[in-house]
Write a protein that binds this ligand. Structure first.
Ligand code: ATR
Length: 276
Protein backbone atom coordinates (compact mmCIF):
# COMPACT_ATOMS: atom_id res chain seq x y z
CA UNK A 1 0.00 0.00 0.00
CA UNK A 2 2.96 2.30 0.56
CA UNK A 3 1.95 5.91 0.93
CA UNK A 4 -1.19 5.70 -1.11
CA UNK A 5 -4.20 7.84 -0.25
CA UNK A 6 -6.90 5.81 1.44
CA UNK A 7 -10.54 5.54 0.40
CA UNK A 8 -12.95 2.77 1.20
CA UNK A 9 -16.35 1.44 2.06
CA UNK A 10 -18.23 0.98 5.31
CA UNK A 11 -21.25 -1.31 5.47
CA UNK A 12 -22.37 -4.73 6.61
CA UNK A 13 -22.12 -7.18 4.99
CA UNK A 14 -19.39 -6.05 2.57
CA UNK A 15 -17.68 -9.36 1.82
CA UNK A 16 -19.19 -9.61 -1.67
CA UNK A 17 -18.81 -5.94 -2.59
CA UNK A 18 -17.35 -5.34 -6.02
CA UNK A 19 -16.35 -1.76 -5.18
CA UNK A 20 -12.75 -2.57 -4.06
CA UNK A 21 -12.03 -4.44 -7.30
CA UNK A 22 -13.71 -1.78 -9.46
CA UNK A 23 -11.94 1.18 -7.87
CA UNK A 24 -8.52 -0.39 -7.37
CA UNK A 25 -8.45 -1.58 -11.00
CA UNK A 26 -9.22 1.96 -12.15
CA UNK A 27 -6.70 3.56 -9.74
CA UNK A 28 -3.98 1.30 -11.11
CA UNK A 29 -4.98 1.79 -14.71
CA UNK A 30 -4.88 5.58 -14.33
CA UNK A 31 -1.79 5.47 -12.09
CA UNK A 32 -3.66 7.29 -9.35
CA UNK A 33 -2.02 6.76 -5.92
CA UNK A 34 -5.14 5.60 -4.08
CA UNK A 35 -6.20 2.39 -2.37
CA UNK A 36 -9.79 1.25 -1.70
CA UNK A 37 -10.51 -0.98 1.28
CA UNK A 38 -13.90 -2.33 2.42
CA UNK A 39 -14.67 -2.47 6.14
CA UNK A 40 -17.43 -4.43 7.82
CA UNK A 41 -18.79 -1.95 10.38
CA UNK A 42 -21.46 -2.82 12.94
CA UNK A 43 -24.28 -0.34 13.54
CA UNK A 44 -23.09 0.42 17.07
CA UNK A 45 -19.59 1.19 15.78
CA UNK A 46 -20.62 3.62 13.04
CA UNK A 47 -19.63 6.80 14.90
CA UNK A 48 -16.22 5.42 15.87
CA UNK A 49 -15.68 4.16 12.33
CA UNK A 50 -16.26 7.62 10.83
CA UNK A 51 -14.05 9.27 13.45
CA UNK A 52 -11.44 6.57 12.86
CA UNK A 53 -11.36 7.22 9.14
CA UNK A 54 -10.82 10.90 9.82
CA UNK A 55 -8.03 10.11 12.27
CA UNK A 56 -6.37 7.70 9.84
CA UNK A 57 -6.34 10.27 7.05
CA UNK A 58 -8.93 8.80 4.68
CA UNK A 59 -9.71 11.26 1.90
CA UNK A 60 -13.17 9.81 1.42
CA UNK A 61 -15.30 6.69 1.51
CA UNK A 62 -18.48 5.02 0.31
CA UNK A 63 -21.32 4.08 2.59
CA UNK A 64 -23.65 1.17 2.02
CA UNK A 65 -26.41 -0.79 3.75
CA UNK A 66 -27.23 -0.40 6.64
CA UNK A 67 -25.47 2.96 7.23
CA UNK A 68 -26.63 5.22 4.37
CA UNK A 69 -29.09 7.15 6.54
CA UNK A 70 -27.47 6.97 9.98
CA UNK A 71 -24.03 8.08 8.76
CA UNK A 72 -25.47 11.55 8.07
CA UNK A 73 -25.40 12.55 11.75
CA UNK A 74 -21.66 11.88 12.01
CA UNK A 75 -20.57 13.95 9.01
CA UNK A 76 -19.47 17.60 8.99
CA UNK A 77 -21.75 18.60 6.13
CA UNK A 78 -24.25 17.18 3.65
CA UNK A 79 -25.00 18.25 0.08
CA UNK A 80 -28.47 19.63 -0.66
CA UNK A 81 -29.18 16.71 -2.95
CA UNK A 82 -28.24 14.06 -0.37
CA UNK A 83 -30.40 15.90 2.18
CA UNK A 84 -33.35 15.79 -0.19
CA UNK A 85 -32.79 12.10 -0.90
CA UNK A 86 -32.26 11.45 2.80
CA UNK A 87 -29.23 9.22 2.36
CA UNK A 88 -25.48 9.42 1.73
CA UNK A 89 -23.44 6.91 -0.27
CA UNK A 90 -20.24 8.91 -0.85
CA UNK A 91 -18.17 10.99 1.56
CA UNK A 92 -15.41 13.37 0.50
CA UNK A 93 -12.80 15.08 2.70
CA UNK A 94 -12.98 18.80 1.86
CA UNK A 95 -10.85 21.27 3.86
CA UNK A 96 -10.56 18.72 6.64
CA UNK A 97 -14.32 18.13 6.75
CA UNK A 98 -16.22 14.99 5.78
CA UNK A 99 -18.98 16.07 3.38
CA UNK A 100 -21.73 13.60 2.40
CA UNK A 101 -23.08 13.20 -1.15
CA UNK A 102 -25.41 10.82 -2.90
CA UNK A 103 -24.15 9.59 -6.29
CA UNK A 104 -26.64 6.70 -6.69
CA UNK A 105 -29.29 8.51 -8.71
CA UNK A 106 -26.83 10.60 -10.71
CA UNK A 107 -24.86 7.39 -11.25
CA UNK A 108 -27.91 5.81 -12.79
CA UNK A 109 -28.33 8.75 -15.15
CA UNK A 110 -24.59 8.66 -15.94
CA UNK A 111 -24.92 5.02 -17.00
CA UNK A 112 -28.08 5.76 -18.97
CA UNK A 113 -26.26 8.45 -20.95
CA UNK A 114 -23.07 6.37 -21.29
CA UNK A 115 -25.00 3.37 -22.60
CA UNK A 116 -27.59 5.14 -24.70
CA UNK A 117 -25.49 7.98 -26.00
CA UNK A 118 -28.74 9.62 -27.07
CA UNK A 119 -30.54 12.63 -25.71
CA UNK A 120 -33.03 11.91 -22.97
CA UNK A 121 -35.02 15.05 -23.79
CA UNK A 122 -38.78 14.67 -23.66
CA UNK A 123 -38.65 10.95 -22.97
CA UNK A 124 -41.51 9.41 -21.03
CA UNK A 125 -40.20 7.56 -18.01
CA UNK A 126 -41.79 5.15 -15.55
CA UNK A 127 -40.09 4.60 -12.20
CA UNK A 128 -41.29 1.49 -10.37
CA UNK A 129 -40.83 1.71 -6.61
CA UNK A 130 -40.78 4.44 -3.98
CA UNK A 131 -37.95 3.47 -1.61
CA UNK A 132 -34.50 4.94 -1.11
CA UNK A 133 -33.22 3.93 -4.52
CA UNK A 134 -36.29 5.40 -6.23
CA UNK A 135 -35.77 8.72 -4.39
CA UNK A 136 -32.19 8.99 -5.65
CA UNK A 137 -33.11 8.17 -9.22
CA UNK A 138 -36.14 10.47 -9.13
CA UNK A 139 -34.00 13.33 -7.79
CA UNK A 140 -31.47 12.90 -10.59
CA UNK A 141 -34.01 12.41 -13.38
CA UNK A 142 -36.14 15.33 -12.27
CA UNK A 143 -33.28 17.69 -13.23
CA UNK A 144 -33.71 16.63 -16.85
CA UNK A 145 -36.55 17.56 -19.13
CA UNK A 146 -38.53 14.35 -18.83
CA UNK A 147 -42.08 13.29 -18.24
CA UNK A 148 -41.94 10.99 -15.21
CA UNK A 149 -44.59 8.67 -13.77
CA UNK A 150 -44.06 6.67 -10.59
CA UNK A 151 -45.79 3.44 -9.64
CA UNK A 152 -45.48 1.45 -6.44
CA UNK A 153 -47.11 -1.51 -4.72
CA UNK A 154 -47.94 0.81 -1.80
CA UNK A 155 -49.28 3.82 -3.66
CA UNK A 156 -49.18 6.10 -0.59
CA UNK A 157 -45.40 5.85 -0.51
CA UNK A 158 -45.17 7.02 -4.11
CA UNK A 159 -47.49 9.94 -3.34
CA UNK A 160 -45.33 10.90 -0.34
CA UNK A 161 -42.19 10.74 -2.46
CA UNK A 162 -43.58 13.04 -5.13
CA UNK A 163 -45.03 15.46 -2.57
CA UNK A 164 -41.64 15.72 -0.86
CA UNK A 165 -40.07 16.92 -4.07
CA UNK A 166 -43.00 19.12 -5.02
CA UNK A 167 -42.74 18.30 -8.70
CA UNK A 168 -45.38 17.61 -11.27
CA UNK A 169 -45.22 13.84 -11.51
CA UNK A 170 -48.07 11.42 -12.04
CA UNK A 171 -48.43 8.63 -9.50
CA UNK A 172 -50.04 5.50 -10.93
CA UNK A 173 -50.85 2.04 -9.59
CA UNK A 174 -48.73 -0.86 -10.80
CA UNK A 175 -51.85 -2.19 -12.56
CA UNK A 176 -52.48 1.09 -14.41
CA UNK A 177 -48.81 1.24 -15.40
CA UNK A 178 -49.00 -2.32 -16.78
CA UNK A 179 -51.94 -1.40 -19.00
CA UNK A 180 -50.12 1.65 -20.42
CA UNK A 181 -46.64 0.19 -20.61
CA UNK A 182 -46.32 0.88 -24.35
CA UNK A 183 -46.49 4.64 -23.66
CA UNK A 184 -43.12 4.72 -21.89
CA UNK A 185 -39.70 5.16 -23.54
CA UNK A 186 -37.79 4.14 -20.40
CA UNK A 187 -38.95 1.93 -17.53
CA UNK A 188 -36.81 1.60 -14.41
CA UNK A 189 -37.20 -1.06 -11.74
CA UNK A 190 -35.92 0.41 -8.47
CA UNK A 191 -37.46 -2.32 -6.30
CA UNK A 192 -35.74 -5.48 -5.11
CA UNK A 193 -38.18 -7.64 -7.07
CA UNK A 194 -36.23 -10.24 -9.06
CA UNK A 195 -33.18 -10.14 -6.79
CA UNK A 196 -31.67 -13.47 -5.78
CA UNK A 197 -33.13 -15.71 -4.34
CA UNK A 198 -36.49 -14.48 -5.73
CA UNK A 199 -35.28 -14.69 -9.32
CA UNK A 200 -38.66 -15.77 -10.72
CA UNK A 201 -40.44 -12.54 -9.72
CA UNK A 202 -40.98 -9.56 -12.02
CA UNK A 203 -41.91 -6.00 -10.96
CA UNK A 204 -44.56 -5.52 -13.67
CA UNK A 205 -46.32 -7.67 -16.20
CA UNK A 206 -44.88 -6.99 -19.67
CA UNK A 207 -47.90 -7.90 -21.84
CA UNK A 208 -48.27 -4.33 -23.14
CA UNK A 209 -44.58 -3.54 -23.57
CA UNK A 210 -43.70 -1.63 -26.75
CA UNK A 211 -40.65 -2.72 -28.75
CA UNK A 212 -38.86 0.62 -28.44
CA UNK A 213 -38.92 0.81 -24.63
CA UNK A 214 -35.61 0.70 -22.74
CA UNK A 215 -35.93 -1.59 -19.71
CA UNK A 216 -33.63 -0.76 -16.78
CA UNK A 217 -33.01 -2.61 -13.55
CA UNK A 218 -31.00 -1.61 -10.51
CA UNK A 219 -30.73 -5.26 -9.42
CA UNK A 220 -27.47 -6.86 -10.58
CA UNK A 221 -27.73 -10.11 -8.69
CA UNK A 222 -28.52 -11.91 -10.96
CA UNK A 223 -26.92 -9.91 -13.75
CA UNK A 224 -29.93 -10.52 -15.96
CA UNK A 225 -33.14 -10.42 -13.94
CA UNK A 226 -36.14 -12.30 -15.25
CA UNK A 227 -37.87 -9.20 -16.51
CA UNK A 228 -34.78 -8.01 -18.38
CA UNK A 229 -34.57 -11.48 -19.95
CA UNK A 230 -38.21 -11.21 -21.01
CA UNK A 231 -37.57 -7.75 -22.46
CA UNK A 232 -34.49 -8.95 -24.29
CA UNK A 233 -36.44 -11.88 -25.75
CA UNK A 234 -39.02 -9.32 -26.93
CA UNK A 235 -36.26 -7.41 -28.72
CA UNK A 236 -36.12 -4.48 -26.30
CA UNK A 237 -32.95 -2.61 -25.32
CA UNK A 238 -31.96 -3.20 -21.68
CA UNK A 239 -29.72 -1.68 -19.00
CA UNK A 240 -28.69 -4.04 -16.19
CA UNK A 241 -28.11 -3.00 -12.58
CA UNK A 242 -24.38 -2.97 -13.27
CA UNK A 243 -25.02 0.40 -14.96
CA UNK A 244 -26.09 2.20 -11.81
CA UNK A 245 -23.47 0.43 -9.70
CA UNK A 246 -20.66 1.52 -12.03
CA UNK A 247 -22.19 4.98 -12.49
CA UNK A 248 -22.29 5.72 -8.76
CA UNK A 249 -18.73 4.43 -8.45
CA UNK A 250 -17.50 6.52 -11.37
CA UNK A 251 -18.95 9.68 -9.81
CA UNK A 252 -17.40 8.86 -6.41
CA UNK A 253 -14.03 8.21 -8.12
CA UNK A 254 -14.29 11.62 -9.78
CA UNK A 255 -15.06 13.37 -6.48
CA UNK A 256 -12.05 11.77 -4.76
CA UNK A 257 -9.46 12.08 -7.53
CA UNK A 258 -10.76 14.99 -9.61
CA UNK A 259 -10.36 12.78 -12.70
CA UNK A 260 -13.00 11.07 -14.79
CA UNK A 261 -12.56 7.28 -14.87
CA UNK A 262 -13.33 5.07 -17.85
CA UNK A 263 -16.91 3.81 -17.53
CA UNK A 264 -16.35 0.89 -19.92
CA UNK A 265 -13.30 -0.43 -18.06
CA UNK A 266 -15.12 -0.30 -14.74
CA UNK A 267 -18.17 -1.96 -16.24
CA UNK A 268 -16.13 -4.75 -17.82
CA UNK A 269 -14.36 -5.58 -14.55
CA UNK A 270 -17.64 -5.77 -12.68
CA UNK A 271 -19.49 -7.68 -15.40
CA UNK A 272 -16.68 -10.25 -15.71
CA UNK A 273 -16.69 -10.79 -11.95
CA UNK A 274 -20.46 -11.35 -12.05
CA UNK A 275 -19.98 -13.98 -14.72
CA UNK A 276 -21.32 -11.93 -17.63
P1 ATR B 1 -34.36 0.70 -1.18
O1 ATR B 1 -33.83 1.68 -0.18
O2 ATR B 1 -33.36 -0.33 -1.61
O3 ATR B 1 -35.04 1.36 -2.33
P2 ATR B 1 -36.79 0.21 0.30
O4 ATR B 1 -36.75 1.61 0.79
O5 ATR B 1 -37.10 -0.87 1.26
O6 ATR B 1 -35.43 -0.20 -0.39
O7 ATR B 1 -37.82 0.15 -0.92
C1 ATR B 1 -38.13 -1.04 -1.54
C2 ATR B 1 -39.07 -0.79 -2.72
O8 ATR B 1 -39.31 -2.06 -3.35
C3 ATR B 1 -40.43 -0.26 -2.33
O9 ATR B 1 -40.93 0.52 -3.38
C4 ATR B 1 -41.25 -1.55 -2.18
O10 ATR B 1 -42.63 -1.40 -2.33
P3 ATR B 1 -43.55 -0.99 -1.05
O11 ATR B 1 -43.36 0.49 -0.88
O12 ATR B 1 -44.92 -1.35 -1.46
O13 ATR B 1 -43.02 -1.78 0.11
C5 ATR B 1 -40.70 -2.35 -3.31
N1 ATR B 1 -40.87 -3.80 -3.16
C6 ATR B 1 -40.12 -4.62 -2.41
N2 ATR B 1 -40.56 -5.88 -2.51
C7 ATR B 1 -41.64 -5.87 -3.36
C8 ATR B 1 -42.51 -6.86 -3.90
N3 ATR B 1 -42.39 -8.15 -3.58
N4 ATR B 1 -43.46 -6.46 -4.76
C9 ATR B 1 -43.60 -5.15 -5.10
N5 ATR B 1 -42.80 -4.16 -4.64
C10 ATR B 1 -41.82 -4.52 -3.78
Amino acid sequence: MGNRKMVGLIGSPIEHSLSPLMHNTMFEEMKEPYYYQAFNVRKDHLKQAVEGMKALGFIGFNVTIPHKVNVMKYLDGISEEAKRIGAVNTVVLEDGKFIGYNTDGKGFVYSLVAEQGKSLMNKRVLIIGAGGAARGIYAALSELNLEIDISNRTIEKAIDLVNNFGLNTKVVTNEAAEEHLFEYDIIINTTSVGMSPHVEEIPLNLDYLGKHTLLCDIVYNPLLTKWLKLGQANGNPILTGVGMFVGQGALAFEKWTGKEPDYETMKNVVTAKLGG
